[in-house]
Design a protein around this ligand. Sequence first.
Ligand code: DMJ
Length: 454
Amino acid sequence: MGTYATGLAAPPAATAASEVVEEFMHGWRGYAAVAFGQDEVRPRSRTAASFFAPGTSFGLSILEALDTLYLMGQDEEVERCVRWIEESFEPDQDVSIHVFEAVIRLVGGLLSGFLATGRPRLLDKCAQLADRLLPAFTASPHGIPYPRVNLRTGEVDRGARVTPLAEAGTNIMEFGLLSRLTGDQKYVDASMRAYEAVMGRRSSLGLLGSALDAESGRWTVTASVAPNPPVDSFYEYLWGGYALLGEPYRQLREWYVLLTDAVLRYQADTGTGRLWFRKADSATGQPPSSGAYGQCELAAFYAGLLAKGGRPAQGAEYYRSWTDWLNNYPVLPRDFDYRSRDVTGRGNALLPEYANSAFDLWRLATSTEQQELYRRTAYQYFDGMRANQKVPGGYTVADDVTVRPMELGDATPGYWFAENLKYVYLMFADCPRFDYRDGLLSTEGKVLRGLIRT
Ligand code: DMJ
């Protein structure tokens, strides 16, 4: 295995914050040196990679990094990124694009970039892009978005019409804000129509399946796998949409509470002495005969969401479960069975969800001890990543975290620039550009409320 950091005490806050900036800038320089203007960097081979479709570029990592660079005070880089977007970001491309990823990464990145800098071209380009994504929603008979749409022709890909639950409902924060900023309701209305279609298909227990046919509106997978993928951020955005849009969208909060009650009732499993979530048939609430106890690292975000949504005790408990797992490995493995403790996905894709929950729980902490706990464990997460996944050209994913030395891959996912280090930085930095009381982040870590212009 790689280097462990269990039980590590965090250094003084200012020291930790500057260490985090140093590591973020190491990753950023690795991208900028060989791939600036391309979607992503492969930091070991020092090559560039497309994310949305081969041979295309949306400058993804620029849009992902922009508000993190702003928060970290890297104003020259902010200016360089904004210029690139103004001059080179092109929404009019003849390519079939993944709608969910485009919304959370590109629409979200343009929105937070606009909020950080006030540069109007960013908002214009954001609306142009969103207009090209909307046919995915409007072409659907029930409003459940098709997974892919061609940005130039508006053609949806009818061959790929199974929409994972998260993809049906992870857009209201971006579309809601865009409607507010442009005064055009069409974006938020598309999101609400999709929610209504999904919520009308919930089981009598209040559970949801995991994927739907965008054309027929039928569930293609009826088991509830919450809070794991591919349903994770559906729940996050019911809460986040309400938090952002307020009382006129109270329905979102009511749906969130209804669904969360059902998930806690039928899926919470404390049989190992720790809180985990098992899979359940949405009609009966019963676990399937196999694979019921798998947990994916992406589900770690749910600790923070539970706390934000009014369940702080369960949120803290679920975070503790994840910290136990983090204590067993230098960095978290992607998938495991929490009952048998078998690791079923040995890689680590630089996922940010554990740090996301640390940040959320730290913000809601009611005692110094709690605050210190979340800071210490977030620092442990950061230090494990630094000790094991840092390479001369930036930061990379790992293919196997259970072997020694750890087997590394060759990719810096765009979200690494938006999420991991932003959460840890904000916990230590006392950042004057972030409103800690009122700030609101999207599932991709974009600050959609609470950026302070200085
Ligand atoms: C991010 O793009 C978002 O957090 C999304 O909701 C889930 N997957 C990635 C990486 O964690």
